[in-house]
Design a protein around this ligand. Structure first.
Ligand SMILES: *Cc1c(COP(=O)(O)O)cnc(C)c1O
Length: 243
């Protein structure tokens, strides 16, 4: 596979990288007896120029994730214009409460809801705008202090609290696996996310589906799929190393 970085990617390379990513997902599914169609691919587009993102969208990748509100705001219209189709933007980064109005201008899904205070701000704004949104609850499964996400033990209560608000549909959970870890080291955290999901799903809370498990990145997608991921988020594997 060519090692071209983000700025120098052409259409051929982007298509080849996407094909390789889909093959990797399919292989991982087959290895553990899952249907390849049960795992969706989201492209993590932080720092990637709109022109390159548009190549991926034109090649059929319409699920995108941004980490920074400002970056999503400044790139989404250009991507849509260049690609000629409207992708689905997920917000996957740490969300400050004062950025809630801006994030709602481009994101269709917020994967990083991790605290009551943020949920209340989202709810207030959504009510004012008379709309609702799909969210995932981000859980810190690795225990690293540097990671955002609620503690695993707090996740069920946060899901219940958000469901009671009525403006957010909780579709599932998201986590970032232990970074720089071997697959064996990453596995317990990923497994934990699935266990929390199963437990909350058993509660059958109205407005909560819990079908989505967003986990697995370029370094740990195979183990994430083995542990039940339904949505892998790839950056480096498709766009190359970030500058
Ligand atoms: C950057 C990022 C990814 C993708 O990471 P890669 O290792 O480049 O595949 C996935 N999820 C989140 C939340 C990210 O910030």
């Amino acid at each position: 596979m060519p090692t071209a970085g983000q700025g120098e990617l052409d259409e051929t390379t982007v298509r080849a990288r996407l094909r390789a990513a889909h093959e990797r997902i399919e292989r991982a599914c087959r290895a553990c007896g899952r249907e390849p169609s049960s795992v969706r691919l989201l492209l993590a587009t932080k720092t990637v120029p709109a022109s390159v993102i548009a190549l991926a969208v034109r090649a059929g990748s319409t699920l995108l994730g941004e980490n920074k509100v400002q970056e999503g705001l400044s790139k989404h219209e250009e991507v849509e214009r260049l690609a000629g189709v409207r992708p689905s933007w997920h917000f996957i980064g740490h969300l400050q409460t004062n950025k809630v109005p801006e994030v709602l201008r481009f994101a269709q899904v917020i994967q990083s809801v991790d605290r009551s205070e943020l949920a209340r701000k989202l709810h207030a704004r959504l009510e004012r705008e008379g709309r609702s949104i799909d969210v995932l609850i981000q859980v810190n499964t690795s225990g690293e202090a540097s990671k955002h996400g609620c503690a695993p033990g707090q996740a069920p209560a946060l899901v219940r609290e958000i469901a009671a608000m009525g403006t957010m549909r909780v579709m599932g959970l998201m986590t970032i696996g232990l970074l720089g870890a071997t697959p064996g080291e990453a596995r317990p955290g990923l497994r934990r996310l699935r266990e929390i999901r199963d437990r909350v799903r058993d509660e059958a809370i109205p407005g909560v589906s819990m079908d989505v498990l967003s986990m697995g990145m370029s370094g740990d997608l195979e183990v994430a799929i083995e542990e039940g991921s339904t949505l892998v988020r790839l950056g480096t594997a498709v766009f190359g190393p970030r500058a």
